[in-house]
Design a protein around this ligand. Structure first.
Ligand SMILES: [Zn+2]
Length: 103
């Protein structure tokens, strides 16, 4: 089976699809604990989740998209809700940091 080597150590690949025009790689963050950006408290309480579609580098001339499973956490200390942060994707960006460096 064809497998994309992501070299993004923060993510675990949970599924992938090879389509005629592009690749889809479903990933989620390995760490299941986040630090609250408001007060610094560490939490594992998941509030909800969604999926972000992120453009990554092309593989064999086909665009590769990451479908990132993003958990939102509720801080047990200050009650704020916040999304997990990623080393390889800035918040509110639709592409990886390495894709931005490449273009
Ligand atoms: Zn907090």
């Amino acid at each position: 089976m064809f497998s994309v080597l992501l070299e993004l150590p923060e993510f675990e690949v949970v599924n992938q699809e090879i389509l005629s025009t592009h690749y889809l790689v479903y990933v989620e963050k390995k760490m299941d604990e986040e630090r609250c950006p408001h007060c610094g408290f560490h939490t594992r309480i998941v509030h909800d989740s969604r999926t972000r579609k992120i453009r990554d580098l092309s593989v064999l001339n086909k665009p590769l998209f990451l479908l990132v499973y993003v958990k939102r956490y509720r801080c047990q200390n200050c009650e704020e809700v916040f999304s997990s942060s990623f080393e390889s994707v800035a918040s509110h960006q639709h592409y990886t940091n390495r894709f931005r460096q490449f273009i």
